[in-house]
Design a protein around this ligand. Structure first.
Ligand SMILES: Cc1cc2nc3c(=O)[nH]c(=O)nc-3n(C[C@H](O)[C@H](O)[C@H](O)COP(=O)(O)OP(=O)(O)OC[C@H]3O[C@@H](n4cnc5c(N)ncnc54)[C@H](O)[C@@H]3O)c2cc1C
Length: 272
């Protein structure tokens, strides 16, 4: 049985959570624990103190604003799937995370802050031009998803900050999510994709698991918007992704699959 002797602190308000984080910047933040527990089990994490955000009020709501939606960082994948108005791209991603038991605990904030390049929601946030709202005792600030992941497992977050919410503007266009893994459930992505395309106006082709951070293929996006052929767009995607060989797949496979995902999607879209 997994044992951890570190004292656990459970904030009863968001302000209390910020105060705890400020007083204990060395503490391990735990939300659903589906990543943290694996690190504990593997001995890679030896926390001295734990701030347990599960159940912290104010972090598990989906709100609507005039400009879009605001997802609490503590919403789980199951919450997203149960909410009537959650974004279809996010629903598709949430449905592929682990299996039901994991989805019941896995939070959006945990997926974002764990910052695995294979995290299934991460390309969705890029495609939706999301902003992450970080809070601490000093106040709040917003970071665009496009600038949040700075390198492998490096994020734009200070030791006293917490991710509080994710802001998603209302956007039009064709959208598509696709995860390629070994199985339908309990499978980490070999390639994961989220795309958004307003014909002739704007495109976002965002991938995970093909580089040290989730990434956009900006040259392919520009080509798509300017009316380049699907072959040209796919070729650019295959050049822009930065996959590696690892235990889950080869770089070559990932490169080809990234192109194939985009080709299949665009083949079925009106282009004019
Ligand atoms: C069996 C299994 C299958 C899985 N399958 C998938 C999968 O298919 N796809 C996928 O993407 N992931 C998968 N995961 C990984 C994991 O479930 C997700 O990354 C999940 O979203 C993490 O959320 P959590 O709430 O459990 O995070 P936690 O484990 O609680 O935390 C993860 C990290 O984020 C930090 N953190 C959490 N919340 C905040 C916050 N509000 N502010 C600041 N830091 C915070 C923690 O300190 C920690 O570093 C799987 C895990 C397991 C064990």
């Amino acid at each position: 049985m997994l044992r951890c002797e570190a004292p656990v602190f459970r904030p009863r308000t968001l302000d209390e959570a910020f105060a705890m984080r400020a007083a204990m910047p060395d503490a391990t933040v735990l939300a659903g624990g589906t990543d943290v527990m694996v690190y504990l089990e593997g001995g890679v994490l030896k926390p001295t103190r734990i701030i347990d955000l599960w159940g912290c009020p104010g972090m598990r709501e989906l709100r609507f604003t005039t400009g879009g939606q605001v997802y609490g960082a503590g919403l789980t994948c199951t919450d997203v799937l149960r909410a009537m108005h959650s974004h279809p791209l996010l629903r598709d991603a949430a449905a592929t995370v682990g299996a039901t038991q994991i989805q019941n605990r896995a939070t959006l904030g945990g997926n974002i802050c764990n910052s695995s390049p294979a995290g299934d929601t991460l390309p969705v946030w890029l495609a939706l031009r999301a902003e992450f709202e970080l809070g601490c005792v000093r106040g709040f600030r917003r970071v665009p998803a496009s600038g949040f992941w700075r390198g492998y497992k490096k994020i734009d977050m200070q030791p006293d900050e917490l991710l509080v919410a994710i802001r998603v503007p209302a956007l039009a266009g064709h959208m598509h999510f696709r995860k390629v893994g070994t199985r339908m459930a309990q499978s980490i992505s070999k390639v994961v994709f989220a795309g958004r395309y307003s014909v002739g106006k704007e495109a976002c082709l965002a991938f995970g698991a093909v580089g040290p951070t989730p990434m956009r293929c900006t040259a392919a996006e520009a080509a798509l918007v300017s009316g380049a052929s699907i072959n040209e767009v796919v070729s650019l995607v295959e050049q822009e992704v930065l996959p590696i060989d690892d235990i889950r797949s080869t770089a070559l496979y990932r490169r080809k699959v990234a192109g194939r995902i985009v080709r299949r999607w665009l083949d079925n879209l009106p282009r004019a």
